[in-house]
Design a protein around this ligand. Structure first.
Ligand code: ATP
Length: 237
């Protein structure tokens, strides 16, 4: 079976500075794949390019066999890819429910209310506080909201940029369990994480980026046991 997402020889630059220098990777349907790497490795740039927020300088991005590199973000959402951005980017003055409804802005079907109900099942706290201003929420609750908002576009591929950033260990566990639940519900996941331990515990496969290039990749469990990963990303001596 062809991969769901195939990124080939992707180069992305900010002006003359290349942040992503020819990376290739694939994601099969139903997988959780993670991108690891230190600050500035090019992880967010990669996600933002797949989302259509940045244009590739060269290389290709195929989603379900179709080239999507350089398409506008709303076209990419309509094809079934959604991103929960780094730093969450929720709208603090708007209610929880209105933030969630924004995620469905490009949909023309009549099932938005049903899907809102599903998000409230996944994250009961969002349902209990649906009329409150989102800015009153804790970091973890805002992360739930950002994931919920991305899910409101009914993605088949969900990309999450550092969902555990700034969260307590307990809240990180909650978010990671949710990611597993979403996968069980049939969503394919591309996860960018600084928390390598948490990400690799979930991931079927991981790619390690350093200064815009993939240095190595392996099964999540194999990377957890890999000395290079343990030294660099897991703080092992
Ligand atoms: P982090 O976890 O810190 O976000 P990252 O792996 O996601 O790291 P990117 O944010 O993709 O890394 O950044 C890759 C490189 O591109 C870095 O050298 C960064 O300084 C540079 N960069 C990122 N955004 C811009 C921008 N808007 N303009 C210019 N350079 C940028």
């Amino acid at each position: 079976m062809a991969p769901m997402l195939e990124v080939k020889d992707l180069v992305v630059a900010y002006g003359r500075v290349r942040a992503v220098k020819g990376i290739s990777f694939t994601i099969d349907e139903g997988q959780i794949v993670c991108l690891l790497g230190t600050n500035g490795a090019g992880k967010s740039t990669t996600l933002r390019t797949i989302s259509g927020l940045l244009r590739p300088e060269s290389g290709s991005i195929l989603f379900e066999g179709e080239p999507i590199g350089g398409l506008k973000p709303h076209k990419i959402v309509a094809k079934g890819i959604a991103q929960s951005p780094e730093g969450r980017r929720i709208f603090p003055e708007m209610s929880v429910e209105d933030n969630l409804r924004l995620g469905a802005y490009s949909r023309r079907d009549s099932q938005v209310d049903d899907d809102l109900g599903k998000i409230f099942e996944l994250f009961p706290i969002l349902g209990e506080r649906r009329r409150q201003r989102a800015g009153l929420f804790s970091g973890g609750e805002q992360q739930m909201l950002a994931i919920g908002r991305a899910m409101m576009s009914r993605p088949r591929l969900l990309m999450l940029d550092e969902p555990s950033m700034g969260l307590s260990p307990l809240m990180t566990t909650t978010i990671m369990r949710t990611i597993e639940q979403l996968r069980r519900d049939g969503v394919t996941i591309l996860l960018v994480e600084q928390n390598a331990q948490a990400a690799l515990t979930l991931a079927d496969h991981g790619y390690v980026l350093e200064v815009g290039q993939i240095m190595y990749d392996d099964a999540g469990s194999a990377l957890l046991d890999d000395d290079r990963i343990r030294r660099t990303y897991l703080g092992a001596a």
